[in-house]
Design a protein around this ligand. Structure first.
Ligand code: NI
Ligand code: MN
Length: 226
């Protein structure tokens, strides 16, 4: 499995021959100026919720690549009406794709699409594949529901928001890591805007003290897992 970070919460994950892009927000991200959105190749686009900082480049990339959109029902239908193909899901449901299974998990947040339409309840995803298992939390508070993920899945890594203010901050992400029984965390949703600027060294130190490995990728950087 290979993960490439495109800033904010956007990651491209390659599993076997399949590429999965999470929450594309690139052209609106000043920090991601070096990423050419039209160079991104993907087979699937997974959307956690309808907020612009998670969906902005969805239509452009889907039209460039023919990628299938997988999203909460209402967010999916909004894109379906724009002519995009894909697959709607809702919370607690699991579906099998070429690369493995996707289970839609709970997230505590809000969700409205860029034109004001309701985006459905916000979500996260657990992906299980032959190459490994991971949790993409989306935008969420720390919730007791995260313990269910630790009970049901053996995660190799998790992608968690750590920027605070709109989502979990570092302290809650550490508790989340305990709930989901995962010691390999990739931090996202920080530094993009003034509200979510963090002290990265302090974050690293707090995770290290808790015995958890926190990886903060540079934008454009790739990491091979396993
Ligand atoms: Ni959001
Ligand atoms: Mn967000």
């Amino acid at each position: 499995m290979k993960i490439t970070y495109f800033g904010h919460s956007c990651n491209l994950i390659e599993i076997g021959n399949s590429r999965i892009l999470f929450d594309p927000f690139i052209t609106g991200n000043e920090l991601a100026g070096n990423v050419n959105v039209d160079d991104i190749q993907t087979d699937y686009i997974l959307l956690s919720h309808g907020h612009e900082d998670h969906v902005l480049d969805t239509e452009r990339i889907a039209k460039n690549t023919g990628a299938k959109v997988i999203a909460p029902y209402e967010t999916f239908m909004w894109y379906s009406q724009k002519g995009l193909n894909g697959h709607p899901m809702n919370h607690g449901g699991k579906c099998t794709f070429e690369f493995g299974t996707v289970k839609m998990t709970n997230a505590v947040h809000s969700s409205v699409l860029p034109d004001g339409n309701y985006g459905g309840h916000p979500a996260g995803f657990v992906i299980e594949s032959e190459d490994g298992c991971f949790y993409y939390a989306g935008d969420t508070a720390l919730t007791m529901d995260m313990q269910l993920i630790g009970m049901q899945h053996k995660l190799d890594f998790a992608i968690l928001p750590i920027g605070d203010n709109f989502t979990m901050g570092v302290d809650d992400a550490i508790i989340c890591s305990d709930f989901i029984k995962c010691k390999n965390i990739i931090g996202v949703h920080y530094d993009t805007f003034g509200y979510i600027v963090i002290d990265k060294e302090k974050a690293q130190a707090k995770f290290e003290n808790a015995g958890i490995n926190l990886t903060l990728l540079e934008i454009g950087e790739s990491l091979v897992m396993n």
